[in-house]
Write a protein that binds this ligand. Sequence first.
Ligand code: ZN
Length: 73
Amino acid sequence: MKYLILLGLLFGVIMWFKFSRPSGSDRRSTGSADQPQNMVRCAHCGLHLPEKEAVASPQATYCSAAHRDAVEN
Ligand SMILES: [Zn+2]
């Protein structure tokens, strides 16, 4: 009888891990993957990169400050 309770407890813990862990990591991974990343193109070399990492200027976007300077200065 004691083992049956232990087995049930173990089963409950396993199920809890199975259902709580993947959903948590799934939410995190899909959250970043599903987030639409706006890609922009460097006006100098044509490289595509996320808008967050791009160097923006009033005229265009660039992959680096060096490329912005190469075009605009
Ligand atoms: Zn570039």
